[in-house]
Design a binder for this molecule. Sequence first.
Ligand code: FAD
Length: 396
Amino acid sequence: MKHHQIVIAGGGSAGITVAAHLLNKQPGLDIAIIEPSATHYYQPIWTLVGGGVFDKSVSERSQAEVIPAGAKWIQDRVASFDAGANTVTLEKGGAVTYDYLIVALGIQLDWGKIPGLAETVGKPGTGVCSNYAYDTVASTWENIRSLKKGTAIFTQPSTPIKCGGAPQKICYLAEDHFQRAGVRGQVNVVFASAADGIFHVPHYVPALNRVVARRHIDAKYKHDLVEIKPASREAIFKRMDTGELVSMAFDLLHVTPPMSVPDVLKTSGLGNEAGWVNVDKGTLQHVNFPNVFSLGDCSSLPTSKTGAAIRKQAPALADNLLAVLRGHAPAHVYDGYTSCPLVTGYGSLILAEFDYDKKPAETFAFDQSQERYSMYALKAYALPQIYWHGMLKGRA
Ligand code: FAD
C-alpha cells in the first residue's frame, strides 16, 4: 500500500492541469497521478481532423511529456474508490491511500448502447464514423471526402456529452466541403439531434439558426439515434416527443455516441443521483467528503463539459484544496465559465462563452455571436498552443 498527500485519478485535460496549478502554487507537494494511457490527447482539434484540416497526429503527445515535473505517474487504472478509508484500489493490484483526492476521470463513451454502432463505427465500407475517438476520427474525413451523392446524417444524443457544439460543427464543415467539391446538389445534409433546438444558450441561437438555414441543412430536433441497421444502411431514431420510431436511410452517418459517468464511479459512493462526482458548484469540494474534489467531465458541475471550463476550474480547485490543507475555508468560487468554439465552416467560427446562468461571459469586445475568421484562426492555430504550453503547465 502506497501513500501520497494528493492523489489525482485521471491524467486527461483536468488531471494534468490541476496538478500543474497545485505544483506552481506550492512546489514540493507529494502528488501522484493515476492514468493508464501512455498518450495524452488534445480532443478539441478532432473537429478539424474530422473535417480534413489536420492529421490526427497533431492531437497527441506522450503522457510522460505532459505530466508536470514533481508529480509521480502511476500508470494504472483506478478499479474502485473507498472514500471512507481514503483509499483507491488499482486494476493491476495494490492500493493507494491519500490525504486528498481529486477525481478527474472524464466522461465515458457508451458505443455499446446503440445496437449496430460499435461494430460499424470507423470501419471502411460502413459509412459510419465519429469525431469522438482517436481511433475513429480519421474515418470521418474519409467518409466526407468520398461522398459524392446520397444522404449524410449527423447525430446528437439525448445524454450529456462533452463539447455540446461538436455534433453540429462537423455537420457545417461537411456541408461546406460538399459545396466546395461541387457535389452539394446531390447530397442531402441532415442534422438529427435529441435536443429541442440548435443550442442551449439563447444568445447564440439566432446566429446558429441562420447558419443552418443558409446551409440548407435539414434540422430534425427531438430525434434520438437508437439503432443502426448496417446491412440496409438505416439509422433508427426515437422521437423524444411521441416515442415513435423513425427510419432514415444514410450514406454517411456521423455519430456522437451516448455518454455517461465512467462505470468505476457509478458504484463509488462519490456520485450524485446521476452518478457525477457530487461537488459544490462553486468550490469544487465534495459535498460529503471534504478531502475529495472533482473537476472536468466526470464532475457534477452543472456547466457544459469542455476543456475551456477546466481552464477556469483548475485554478479554483487548486486554491480551494490548498486552503483546506492549510486549515482554511475554500474561498475561490468558480462561476461556471465554459466555452464552445462553434466552427460554422472552413474559416468561420462563433465563439460562445457563457456561465452557469447561460449568460454570455465573453472575452472580446466585439459581438462574438457573429461568425468570424479571426475566431476560427484562434481555434485552429492559437488554442492548441495555449493548451500544450499554457493550460497544461498551469499558466493559462
Ligand atoms: P479527459 O481529458 O477525457 O481525461 C480523462 C482521463 O481519465 C483519460 O486520460 C483517461 O485515460 C483517464 N481514465 C479514465 N478512466 C480511468 C480510470 N479508471 N483510472 C484512471 N484513469 C482513468 N473542449 C473545448 O474546450 N473546446 C472544444 O472545442 C472542444 N471540442 C471537442 C471536440 C470533440 C470531438 C471532443 C471529443 C471533445 C471536445 N472538447 C472540447 C471537450 C474536451 O476535450 C473535454 O471536455 C476535456 O478533455 C475533458 O477533460 P477531462 O480531464 O475531464 O477528461
